[in-house]
Design a binder for this molecule. Structure first.
Ligand SMILES: [Zn+2]
Length: 85
């Protein structure tokens, strides 16, 4: 299955709203669309305007409320999701 960078959509495994982003290693990772209090990933954009995630240090992340959680943490059908990663 092809993934479309930057387009929010349902998780292919559980249907939750997610966004595919690129991590610092160039891999495509699904993240929860909405930020959450326990989030660990900072969402930004590449120079191409595609979503990119970075993991700020705990010092930089402190007090921020706009961090996203990797969807593999919250997916209710992780076994199936792994087939898409
Ligand atoms: Zn899911």
């Amino acid at each position: 299955m092809a993934t479309t960078d930057g387009e929010p959509g349902p998780c292919p495994a559980c249907g939750a709203p997610i966004l595919w982003a690129v991590d610092p290693n160039g891999r495509h990772v699904p993240i929860d669309l909405e930020p959450s209090p326990g989030g660990t990933l900072s969402l930004s954009q590449t120079w191409e305007g595609k979503p990119r995630v970075t993991k700020p240090s705990s010092k930089l992340a402190f007090g921020r409320s706009n961090l996203h959680t990797p969807h593999r943490v919250t997916c209710s059908n992780l076994a199936k999701l792994k087939g898409f990663l």
